[in-house]
Design a protein around this ligand. Sequence first.
Ligand code: PLP
Length: 364
Amino acid sequence: MSETSGTSTGSPKLRAELDGVPTYKPGKPAAAGGPVAFKLSSNENPYPPLPGVMETTLAAAANFNRYPDMACTGLTEELANRFGVPVSHLATGTGSVGVAQSLLQSTSGPGDEVIYAWRSFEAYPIITQISGATSVQVPLTEGEVHDLDAMAEAITDRTRLIFVCNPNNPTGTAVRRAELERFLDRVPSDVLVVIDEAYREFVRDTDIPDGIELYRDRPNVAVLRTFSKAYGLAGLRVGFAVAHEPVAAALRKTAVPFGVSQLAQDAAVASLRAEDELLGRVGSLVAERERVHAGLVAQGWTVPDTQANFVWLRLGERTMDFAAECERHGVMVRPFAGEGVRVTIGETEANDLFLKAAEGFRKG
Ligand SMILES: Cc1ncc(COP(=O)(O)O)c(C=O)c1O
Protein backbone atom coordinates (compact mmCIF):
# COMPACT_ATOMS: atom_id res chain seq x y z
CA MET A 1 0.00 0.00 0.00
CA SER A 2 1.59 3.32 -0.98
CA GLU A 3 1.91 6.23 1.51
CA THR A 4 -0.38 8.36 -0.67
CA SER A 5 -3.25 5.87 -0.80
CA GLY A 6 -4.68 7.26 2.43
CA THR A 7 -4.22 4.03 4.34
CA SER A 8 -1.36 3.78 6.80
CA THR A 9 -0.80 1.91 10.00
CA GLY A 10 -0.34 5.05 12.20
CA SER A 11 -3.21 6.75 14.02
CA PRO A 12 -4.47 10.22 13.07
CA LYS A 13 -2.24 13.05 14.23
CA LEU A 14 -3.74 14.88 17.19
CA ARG A 15 -2.60 18.21 18.62
CA ALA A 16 0.25 17.73 21.06
CA GLU A 17 -1.45 20.18 23.47
CA LEU A 18 -4.05 17.53 24.22
CA ASP A 19 -1.50 15.22 25.84
CA GLY A 20 -2.11 15.13 29.56
CA VAL A 21 -5.24 17.30 29.54
CA PRO A 22 -6.88 16.46 32.87
CA THR A 23 -10.30 14.89 32.57
CA TYR A 24 -13.24 16.86 34.01
CA LYS A 25 -14.58 14.87 36.95
CA PRO A 26 -18.35 15.15 37.28
CA GLY A 27 -19.71 14.89 40.82
CA LYS A 28 -20.60 11.32 41.76
CA PRO A 29 -24.31 10.52 41.47
CA ALA A 30 -26.26 9.39 44.51
CA ALA A 31 -25.72 5.68 45.09
CA ALA A 32 -28.60 3.59 43.78
CA GLY A 33 -30.22 1.13 46.13
CA GLY A 34 -29.05 2.72 49.39
CA PRO A 35 -31.54 3.64 52.10
CA VAL A 36 -31.26 7.37 51.37
CA ALA A 37 -29.01 8.92 48.81
CA PHE A 38 -28.42 12.58 48.06
CA LYS A 39 -26.11 14.11 45.48
CA LEU A 40 -24.23 17.00 47.06
CA SER A 41 -21.33 16.76 44.64
CA SER A 42 -22.13 19.05 41.68
CA ASN A 43 -23.44 22.32 43.14
CA GLU A 44 -26.81 21.66 41.57
CA ASN A 45 -30.10 23.16 42.67
CA PRO A 46 -32.03 20.52 44.63
CA TYR A 47 -35.45 21.94 43.73
CA PRO A 48 -37.31 20.36 40.80
CA PRO A 49 -38.23 22.60 37.84
CA LEU A 50 -41.06 25.06 38.47
CA PRO A 51 -44.28 23.77 36.84
CA GLY A 52 -44.56 26.88 34.61
CA VAL A 53 -40.97 26.55 33.40
CA MET A 54 -41.53 22.86 32.76
CA GLU A 55 -44.65 23.56 30.68
CA THR A 56 -42.87 26.14 28.53
CA THR A 57 -39.94 23.79 28.01
CA LEU A 58 -42.13 20.87 27.06
CA ALA A 59 -44.02 23.06 24.59
CA ALA A 60 -40.68 23.87 22.90
CA ALA A 61 -40.05 20.14 22.56
CA ALA A 62 -42.87 19.93 19.99
CA ASN A 63 -40.57 21.67 17.48
CA PHE A 64 -37.29 19.93 17.97
CA ASN A 65 -37.22 18.84 14.35
CA ARG A 66 -36.17 22.49 13.76
CA TYR A 67 -32.89 24.16 14.63
CA PRO A 68 -33.11 26.65 17.48
CA ASP A 69 -32.92 30.42 17.02
CA MET A 70 -29.16 30.74 16.53
CA ALA A 71 -29.04 34.31 17.83
CA CYS A 72 -31.05 33.42 20.97
CA THR A 73 -33.07 36.56 20.18
CA GLY A 74 -35.77 36.21 22.83
CA LEU A 75 -33.30 35.29 25.54
CA THR A 76 -30.78 38.04 24.80
CA GLU A 77 -33.56 40.64 24.71
CA GLU A 78 -34.82 39.43 28.05
CA LEU A 79 -31.30 39.49 29.50
CA ALA A 80 -30.60 42.94 28.06
CA ASN A 81 -33.69 44.29 29.86
CA ARG A 82 -32.99 42.41 33.06
CA PHE A 83 -29.40 43.63 33.37
CA GLY A 84 -29.62 46.97 31.59
CA VAL A 85 -27.02 46.11 28.95
CA PRO A 86 -27.13 46.32 25.14
CA VAL A 87 -28.04 43.12 23.29
CA SER A 88 -24.73 43.47 21.44
CA HIS A 89 -22.92 42.99 24.77
CA LEU A 90 -24.41 39.52 25.29
CA ALA A 91 -23.19 36.14 24.11
CA THR A 92 -24.79 32.83 25.03
CA GLY A 93 -23.41 29.32 25.08
CA THR A 94 -23.83 25.73 26.18
CA GLY A 95 -23.53 26.52 29.85
CA SER A 96 -21.14 29.19 31.04
CA VAL A 97 -18.35 26.66 30.60
CA GLY A 98 -19.15 26.70 26.86
CA VAL A 99 -18.82 30.48 26.88
CA ALA A 100 -15.57 30.21 28.87
CA GLN A 101 -14.19 27.92 26.18
CA SER A 102 -15.15 30.51 23.53
CA LEU A 103 -13.40 33.19 25.59
CA LEU A 104 -10.19 31.18 25.42
CA GLN A 105 -10.63 30.45 21.74
CA SER A 106 -11.12 34.17 21.15
CA THR A 107 -8.09 35.35 23.10
CA SER A 108 -5.46 32.70 23.70
CA GLY A 109 -3.31 30.19 21.88
CA PRO A 110 0.16 28.65 22.01
CA GLY A 111 2.67 30.98 23.66
CA ASP A 112 -0.01 32.92 25.55
CA GLU A 113 -0.65 32.77 29.28
CA VAL A 114 -3.89 32.48 31.23
CA ILE A 115 -3.86 33.37 34.91
CA TYR A 116 -6.27 32.02 37.50
CA ALA A 117 -6.30 31.22 41.20
CA TRP A 118 -5.73 27.67 42.34
CA ARG A 119 -7.61 25.82 43.52
CA SER A 120 -10.51 27.15 41.51
CA PHE A 121 -13.02 25.84 38.98
CA GLU A 122 -11.57 22.65 37.57
CA ALA A 123 -12.53 23.47 33.97
CA TYR A 124 -10.00 26.36 33.80
CA PRO A 125 -6.87 24.18 33.42
CA ILE A 126 -8.67 21.91 30.96
CA ILE A 127 -9.95 24.58 28.60
CA THR A 128 -6.69 26.54 28.86
CA GLN A 129 -4.62 23.53 27.89
CA ILE A 130 -6.97 22.68 25.02
CA SER A 131 -6.51 26.22 23.67
CA GLY A 132 -2.75 25.64 23.58
CA ALA A 133 -2.09 28.48 26.04
CA THR A 134 -0.18 28.03 29.29
CA SER A 135 -1.88 28.06 32.69
CA VAL A 136 -0.39 30.30 35.36
CA GLN A 137 -1.92 29.14 38.64
CA VAL A 138 -1.68 31.52 41.59
CA PRO A 139 -2.27 29.83 44.97
CA LEU A 140 -5.16 31.02 47.11
CA THR A 141 -4.23 32.82 50.33
CA GLU A 142 -4.16 31.03 53.70
CA GLY A 143 -7.77 32.18 54.09
CA GLU A 144 -8.69 30.37 50.81
CA VAL A 145 -9.33 33.66 48.96
CA HIS A 146 -7.92 34.86 45.61
CA ASP A 147 -4.51 36.48 46.09
CA LEU A 148 -5.18 39.38 43.74
CA ASP A 149 -1.83 41.08 44.41
CA ALA A 150 0.03 37.92 43.46
CA MET A 151 -2.22 37.53 40.41
CA ALA A 152 -1.43 41.09 39.30
CA GLU A 153 2.28 40.39 39.77
CA ALA A 154 1.97 37.25 37.61
CA ILE A 155 0.93 39.32 34.55
CA THR A 156 3.49 39.31 31.74
CA ASP A 157 3.57 40.45 28.11
CA ARG A 158 2.15 37.04 27.24
CA THR A 159 -0.93 37.23 29.49
CA ARG A 160 -4.14 37.25 27.48
CA LEU A 161 -6.85 36.31 29.95
CA ILE A 162 -7.37 36.22 33.73
CA PHE A 163 -10.19 34.35 35.44
CA VAL A 164 -11.50 35.68 38.75
CA CYS A 165 -14.00 33.17 40.09
CA ASN A 166 -16.23 35.13 42.44
CA PRO A 167 -17.40 33.40 44.61
CA ASN A 168 -14.69 30.82 44.10
CA ASN A 169 -15.46 27.20 43.35
CA PRO A 170 -14.69 25.09 45.45
CA THR A 171 -13.97 27.30 48.47
CA GLY A 172 -17.05 29.58 48.32
CA THR A 173 -14.90 32.57 49.28
CA ALA A 174 -15.35 35.88 47.48
CA VAL A 175 -13.20 38.94 46.83
CA ARG A 176 -14.44 42.34 47.92
CA ARG A 177 -15.18 45.48 45.95
CA ALA A 178 -12.16 47.60 46.91
CA GLU A 179 -9.61 44.85 46.32
CA LEU A 180 -11.18 43.79 43.02
CA GLU A 181 -11.32 47.37 41.76
CA ARG A 182 -7.70 47.91 42.77
CA PHE A 183 -6.76 44.74 40.90
CA LEU A 184 -8.69 45.74 37.76
CA ASP A 185 -6.90 49.10 37.81
CA ARG A 186 -3.57 47.24 37.70
CA VAL A 187 -4.44 44.98 34.74
CA PRO A 188 -3.27 46.30 31.34
CA SER A 189 -6.17 47.26 29.09
CA ASP A 190 -5.26 44.62 26.48
CA VAL A 191 -5.67 41.74 28.95
CA LEU A 192 -9.21 40.38 29.36
CA VAL A 193 -10.41 39.81 32.93
CA VAL A 194 -13.26 37.32 33.16
CA ILE A 195 -15.26 37.53 36.37
CA ASP A 196 -16.94 34.16 36.63
CA GLU A 197 -20.11 34.67 38.64
CA ALA A 198 -21.74 31.25 38.36
CA TYR A 199 -22.91 31.61 42.00
CA ARG A 200 -23.70 35.34 42.04
CA GLU A 201 -27.33 34.91 43.16
CA PHE A 202 -26.19 33.22 46.39
CA VAL A 203 -24.06 36.21 47.47
CA ARG A 204 -25.39 38.02 50.54
CA ASP A 205 -22.36 40.07 51.62
CA THR A 206 -23.06 43.51 50.16
CA ASP A 207 -19.34 44.24 49.92
CA ILE A 208 -18.95 41.60 47.20
CA PRO A 209 -19.27 43.54 43.95
CA ASP A 210 -21.63 42.70 41.11
CA GLY A 211 -19.35 42.06 38.11
CA ILE A 212 -21.93 43.57 35.75
CA GLU A 213 -21.47 46.92 37.50
CA LEU A 214 -17.68 46.60 37.18
CA TYR A 215 -17.83 45.70 33.48
CA ARG A 216 -19.78 48.81 32.45
CA ASP A 217 -16.89 51.25 32.21
CA ARG A 218 -14.12 48.68 31.73
CA PRO A 219 -13.81 47.39 28.16
CA ASN A 220 -11.41 44.63 29.26
CA VAL A 221 -13.83 43.07 31.75
CA ALA A 222 -16.28 40.28 30.87
CA VAL A 223 -18.73 38.58 33.22
CA LEU A 224 -19.89 34.98 33.05
CA ARG A 225 -23.29 33.96 34.41
CA THR A 226 -25.24 30.72 34.23
CA PHE A 227 -28.77 29.36 34.44
CA SER A 228 -27.40 26.11 35.92
CA LYS A 229 -27.29 27.02 39.60
CA ALA A 230 -29.78 29.53 41.04
CA TYR A 231 -32.19 29.06 38.12
CA GLY A 232 -32.02 25.26 38.28
CA LEU A 233 -31.46 24.57 34.57
CA ALA A 234 -28.15 22.63 34.80
CA GLY A 235 -29.38 19.86 32.53
CA LEU A 236 -30.42 22.23 29.74
CA ARG A 237 -26.96 23.84 29.31
CA VAL A 238 -27.32 27.57 28.98
CA GLY A 239 -25.06 30.33 30.20
CA PHE A 240 -23.98 33.75 28.96
CA ALA A 241 -21.33 36.43 29.01
CA VAL A 242 -21.74 40.17 29.35
CA ALA A 243 -18.85 41.88 27.60
CA HIS A 244 -18.09 44.92 25.48
CA GLU A 245 -18.75 44.60 21.80
CA PRO A 246 -15.48 43.37 20.32
CA VAL A 247 -15.27 40.62 22.93
CA ALA A 248 -18.97 39.70 22.77
CA ALA A 249 -18.79 39.64 18.95
CA ALA A 250 -15.77 37.31 19.12
CA LEU A 251 -17.74 35.02 21.43
CA ARG A 252 -20.62 34.87 18.99
CA LYS A 253 -18.14 33.96 16.21
CA THR A 254 -16.49 31.18 18.16
CA ALA A 255 -19.64 29.68 19.69
CA VAL A 256 -20.79 26.30 18.43
CA PRO A 257 -23.57 27.15 15.92
CA PHE A 258 -27.03 26.43 17.35
CA GLY A 259 -25.37 25.30 20.60
CA VAL A 260 -28.19 26.49 22.87
CA SER A 261 -31.30 24.41 22.22
CA GLN A 262 -34.73 26.02 21.88
CA LEU A 263 -35.76 24.14 25.02
CA ALA A 264 -32.92 25.80 26.91
CA GLN A 265 -33.66 29.24 25.46
CA ASP A 266 -37.37 29.06 26.28
CA ALA A 267 -36.71 27.64 29.75
CA ALA A 268 -34.23 30.45 30.45
CA VAL A 269 -36.72 33.14 29.40
CA ALA A 270 -39.46 31.49 31.50
CA SER A 271 -37.03 31.36 34.45
CA LEU A 272 -36.20 35.05 34.18
CA ARG A 273 -39.93 35.75 34.21
CA ALA A 274 -40.35 33.52 37.28
CA GLU A 275 -37.34 35.07 38.96
CA ASP A 276 -39.12 36.08 42.16
CA GLU A 277 -40.09 32.51 42.88
CA LEU A 278 -36.70 31.12 41.89
CA LEU A 279 -34.81 33.67 43.95
CA GLY A 280 -37.11 32.81 46.87
CA ARG A 281 -35.78 29.27 46.62
CA VAL A 282 -32.24 30.66 46.52
CA GLY A 283 -33.08 32.50 49.76
CA SER A 284 -34.04 29.19 51.38
CA LEU A 285 -30.78 27.61 50.20
CA VAL A 286 -28.83 30.55 51.61
CA ALA A 287 -30.59 30.04 54.96
CA GLU A 288 -29.62 26.37 54.82
CA ARG A 289 -26.05 27.36 53.95
CA GLU A 290 -25.88 29.54 57.07
CA ARG A 291 -27.30 26.72 59.17
CA VAL A 292 -24.81 24.17 57.80
CA HIS A 293 -21.90 26.60 58.18
CA ALA A 294 -22.86 27.37 61.79
CA GLY A 295 -23.36 23.67 62.51
CA LEU A 296 -19.89 22.82 61.24
CA VAL A 297 -18.28 25.65 63.19
CA ALA A 298 -20.10 24.47 66.34
CA GLN A 299 -18.63 21.01 65.74
CA GLY A 300 -15.17 22.59 65.74
CA TRP A 301 -14.44 22.70 62.00
CA THR A 302 -12.66 25.60 60.33
CA VAL A 303 -14.92 26.57 57.43
CA PRO A 304 -14.18 29.54 55.19
CA ASP A 305 -16.97 32.08 54.83
CA THR A 306 -19.01 30.93 51.83
CA GLN A 307 -21.09 33.08 49.51
CA ALA A 308 -22.04 30.20 47.21
CA ASN A 309 -24.30 27.12 47.43
CA PHE A 310 -21.58 24.94 48.95
CA VAL A 311 -19.12 24.71 51.81
CA TRP A 312 -15.44 23.77 51.75
CA LEU A 313 -13.56 21.70 54.29
CA ARG A 314 -9.79 21.49 53.95
CA LEU A 315 -9.06 17.95 55.04
CA GLY A 316 -5.70 17.21 53.39
CA GLU A 317 -4.83 13.53 53.67
CA ARG A 318 -8.18 12.75 55.35
CA THR A 319 -10.18 13.92 52.33
CA MET A 320 -11.05 10.55 50.82
CA ASP A 321 -11.88 9.03 54.23
CA PHE A 322 -14.23 11.91 54.94
CA ALA A 323 -15.96 11.46 51.55
CA ALA A 324 -16.37 7.75 52.28
CA GLU A 325 -17.90 8.57 55.68
CA CYS A 326 -20.40 10.90 54.00
CA GLU A 327 -21.27 8.19 51.49
CA ARG A 328 -21.97 5.79 54.36
CA HIS A 329 -24.44 8.37 55.64
CA GLY A 330 -26.15 8.55 52.23
CA VAL A 331 -24.61 11.76 50.86
CA MET A 332 -22.22 12.04 47.93
CA VAL A 333 -19.79 14.95 48.26
CA ARG A 334 -17.02 16.17 45.96
CA PRO A 335 -13.55 15.26 47.24
CA PHE A 336 -10.35 16.75 45.81
CA ALA A 337 -7.86 14.10 46.91
CA GLY A 338 -5.20 15.41 49.28
CA GLU A 339 -6.88 18.81 49.52
CA GLY A 340 -10.44 18.96 50.75
CA VAL A 341 -14.11 18.33 50.23
CA ARG A 342 -16.75 20.55 48.66
CA VAL A 343 -20.28 19.92 49.81
CA THR A 344 -23.27 21.38 48.01
CA ILE A 345 -26.14 22.72 50.08
CA GLY A 346 -29.09 20.50 49.27
CA GLU A 347 -32.40 19.49 50.76
CA THR A 348 -32.71 19.94 54.55
CA GLU A 349 -32.66 16.18 55.02
CA ALA A 350 -29.46 15.86 52.98
CA ASN A 351 -27.81 18.70 54.88
CA ASP A 352 -28.74 17.05 58.19
CA LEU A 353 -27.20 13.77 57.05
CA PHE A 354 -24.05 15.60 56.03
CA LEU A 355 -23.82 17.38 59.40
CA LYS A 356 -24.22 14.05 61.14
CA ALA A 357 -21.46 12.50 59.04
CA ALA A 358 -19.17 15.46 59.74
CA GLU A 359 -19.82 15.23 63.47
CA GLY A 360 -19.15 11.50 63.54
CA PHE A 361 -15.93 11.96 61.58
CA ARG A 362 -14.71 14.67 63.95
CA LYS A 363 -15.33 12.58 66.99
CA GLY A 364 -13.43 9.81 65.17
C1 PLP B 1 -17.27 28.71 38.78
C2 PLP B 1 -18.04 28.00 37.74
N1 PLP B 1 -18.13 28.53 36.54
C3 PLP B 1 -18.81 27.93 35.57
C4 PLP B 1 -19.46 26.75 35.79
C5 PLP B 1 -20.14 26.11 34.65
O1 PLP B 1 -21.46 25.97 34.79
P1 PLP B 1 -22.38 25.75 33.51
O2 PLP B 1 -21.51 25.35 32.37
O3 PLP B 1 -23.34 24.71 33.91
O4 PLP B 1 -23.00 27.08 33.26
C6 PLP B 1 -19.41 26.15 37.03
C7 PLP B 1 -20.07 24.86 37.27
O5 PLP B 1 -19.90 24.18 38.22
C8 PLP B 1 -18.67 26.79 38.04
O6 PLP B 1 -18.56 26.26 39.26
